[in-house]
Structures are given as structure tokens and as C-alpha cells.
Design a protein around this ligand. Structure first.
Ligand code: ZN
Length: 135
């Protein structure tokens, strides 16, 4: 695994949180993207070398809606950059981690992503993400 690619934060109101984080970082978000299949709307901030993803549920049965209902707003996942998501998933499965996505899926921000079950990672939802190369 490579560097932390971003940290995902679950929020109830993306618009209000965009304003809040813009104040925090001193820069506005640089993109908003909806991932319809996941029932989520995301926005991204860059602050120095750091990247933050805000996630708002777009439907009541979305994983983000369930998370906020259960735990409230807050850190939802930590995403690590990987060079080769398929081989990294194989490695992690071999180590006994529970993979939530057998096949990586298209996530926000031009990434292939897969998640590990937080049950096996001290309660932390871990996302692996690989940049989708153009062409
Ligand atoms: Zn993420």
C-alpha cells in the first residue's frame, strides 16, 4: 500500500459542510461528484498534500445514510493509494482480511476502489484506490 490517498467524512448536509470545510482549509472544494450506484454525493478538498472527501447520502438506504444514522457524522473511511488493486486485494485476502468488493468498482474522482470490512481492521473502514489511467 502507498500513501493515504484521502480521508472520507460522512456528513448530513453537503452544502453546509462544503462551506464549513472551505473555512477550515481556506480553499473551496474543487469538485462535486455523485456516485449514483452508491447513493452518495461527494465533494473533494485539497489542503496542502492532503485530500478530504465529504460524503452525503442521496437516498435513505445508502451505506452513508446507514452510517450517519448509526454513528453520526464523522470519519467514515481512510483510503490508501495502491498501484495494482487486484493484486493488493488478493494479498489482503490471503492475510485473512474480509474484502467487501471482490471486484473493484468505479468510485468517485476517477478511481477504481474496493473496501475492507471494518470488522477485520479495528473498526476502520479501509478503502483501496487505484487511479484509472487514461487511454
Ligand atoms: Zn473514499
Amino acid at each position: 500500500m502507498d500513501k493515504i490517498e484521502h480521508i472520507g467524512i460522512a456528513v448530513k448536509d453537503l452544502e453546509a459542510s462544503n462551506a464549513l470545510f472551505a473555512k477550515l482549509f481556506g480553499v473551496p472544494h474543487y469538485k462535486v461528484e455523485e456516485v449514483v450506484s452508491e447513493g452518495v454525493k461527494t465533494s473533494f478538498f485539497k489542503s496542502g498534500p492532503n485530500k478530504i472527501e465529504l460524503l452525503e447520502a442521496t437516498k435513505p438506504d445508502s451505506p452513508i445514510a446507514k452510517f450517519v444514522e448509526k454513528k453520526g457524522e464523522g470519519i467514515h473511511h481512510i483510503a490508501f493509494a495502491v498501484e495494482d488493486i487486484v493484486s493488493e486485494l488478493e494479498r489482503l485476502k490471503g492475510e485473512g482480511f474480509v474484502v467487501l468488493n471482490e471486484t473493484p468498482k468505479k468510485g468517485a474522482d476517477n478511481k477504481l476502489v474496493a473496501f475492507l470490512h471494518p470488522k477485520g481492521t479495528n473498526g476502520v473502514l479501509v478503502e483501496l484506490c487505484q487511479e484509472i489511467k487514461e487511454g
